[in-house]
Design a protein around this ligand. Structure first.
Ligand code: RFL
Ligand code: PHB
Length: 398
């Protein structure tokens, strides 16, 4: 079998890349280890930044997003029992974020690919990458019919943090930067109306909490917990009591409760492996970098990488130029590090490490006072949160 681009992984990165390549007339084959139902129901991110919404809309994936996505024009920071609103739209000249579950984005992308009759193989096993340094790299894998070999011009490693692409790069090529945080998030999905119209990021004396949502009937909420927290130690009553305590304010905030139907603990880390390329292998999204979720950036960054790579491959396929492929890593890393910083900044401003002393807490509160009272500081938060523009030479429109 031969194709132009072998794409490993059908998450937001791989599926977006496949879609953008198709629009430029470039063939690809997507190989996914899990089955379709699993990929479409995996609970993850929920916030789309403005450039992500603009891109999805521009490339024909905006219909359901426009109907069902919840556009938010601000968010609140809660500390010292007071809520302070950051008005995104005001501070950024009209931009907003859209609450729309990652699995909805994935469903829309899979539906588009299936409707076009393009190759997307679920449930493949034992994926191995070969000859990445040559100009005919190969992917070997197993499916129901047996052992398969896929030859390509380019391999896109879109297989997430635990995939096989990054480990396929020989030792010594990639430089790895990592930051492990001494806390985790316990996340729940519950059948109840959101208790606030917009997201609330709370830095309480008992630690961080986040009030988010998926639909007008389903809330998504998170609690800062110790890294080794076991969801079994968090019965529903304890979760609701702790959320209510951390969201308590002087205006009498009352949290609506409901049936919790999903519960999980997520570790928090920052990670970058650079460059995002080895020979004909290009790393995209979580395969190359992850951020702690406090800035709501992971999926957006994966889609931003896919956009840049799709343009570079499009140029290569059309004219044979490698100029844009050669620039891919540097172009993406500029955004990756901006987002690493923003996510680190939001995380350290809002969470309380177990060994935090009063000096550090005072610094946090001073920073929160500043961010919520200075126009300049609030703008810094807002413009990063709604998403800085994608780099111009790679814009989607030709
Ligand atoms: P994914 O989504 O992990 O997709 C990788 C795909 O590759 C498959 N795979 C393989 N396929 C073939 N062969 C192999 N050997 C394979 N190994 C793996 C996997 O099955 C999977 O289908 O990576 P991608 O596409 O780079 O997308 C990244 C995002 O998923 C991730 O950054 C976000 O979920 C992070 N994130 C958030 N991002 C946001 O932009 N906004 C948010 O609000 C947000 N909140 C979050 C988050 C992540 C969270 N968790 C669970 C880590 C909240 C949480 C709690
Ligand atoms: C979510 O709704 O899952 C969510 C929202 C904001 C974040 C992280 C996760 O910062």
């Amino acid at each position: 079998m031969r194709t132009q681009v072998a794409i490993i992984g059908a998450g937001p990165a791989g599926l977006t890349l496949a879609h953008l390549l198709h629009l430029q007339g470039v063939e690809s084959v997507v190989l996914e280890a899990r089955d379709r139902a699993y990929v479409e129901s995996r609970v993850r991110a929920g916030v789309l930044e403005q450039p992500t919404v603009d891109l999805l809309t521009e490339v024909g994936l905006g219909d359901r997003l426009a109907r069902e996505g919840l556009e938010h024009h601000g968010t609140s920071l809660l500390f010292r029992r007071r809520r302070h609103r950051i008005d995104f739209t005001d501070l950024t000249g009209g931009k907003a974020i859209t609450v729309y579950g990652q699995q909805e984005v994935v469903k829309d992308l899979i539906a588009a690919r299936t409707a076009a009759g393009l190759p997307l193989h679920f449930g493949v096993g034992d994926v191995r990458l070969e000859d990445l340094e040559g100009d005919r790299p190969r992917v070997r894998y197993r499916d129901a019919a047996g052992e398969q070999v896929l030859e390509a011009d380019i391999v896109a490693g879109c297989d997430g943090f635990h995939g096989v692409s990054r480990p396929a790069v020989p030792p010594g090529v990639l430089t790895v930067h990592e930051r492990q945080y001494p806390f985790a998030w316990l996340g729940i999905l519950a059948r109840t109306h959101p208790s606030s119209e917009e997201l609330v990021y709370a830095s309480s004396d008992r630690g961080f909490a986040l009030h988010s949502m998926r639909t007008p009937e389903v809330t998504r909420q998170y609690l800062q917990v110790p890294v080794d927290a076991d969801p079994a130690d968090w019965p529903d009553d304890r979760i609701w009591a702790e959320l209510q305590t951390r969201f308590a304010d002087d205006d009498g905030f009352a949290l609506e409760t409901g049936e919790i139907f999903d519960k999980g603990v997520t570790p928090m880390r920052g990670f970058v492996a650079e460059p995002l390329r080895h020979g004909r292998l290009f790393l995209v999204g979580d395969a190359a970098h992850i951020v702690p979720p406090t800035g709501a950036k992971g999926m957006n960054l994966a889609i931003a990488d896919a956009r840049v790579l799709s343009r570079a491959i499009g140029a290569f396929a059309a004219t044979g130029t490698t100029e844009h492929l050669d620039a891919y890593s540097d172009v993406c890393l500029a955004r990756v590090w901006r987002v690493q910083h923003f996510s680190w900044w939001m995380t350290t401003m809002l969470h309380r490490p177990a060994d935090q002393d009063l000096y550090d807490r005072r610094l946090q509160l001073s920073q929160l006072d500043y961010v919520t009272s200075s126009h300049a500081a609030a703008t810094t938060l807002a413009e990063n949160y709604v998403g800085l523009p994608h780099p111009t030479p790679w814009s989607w429109s030709p």
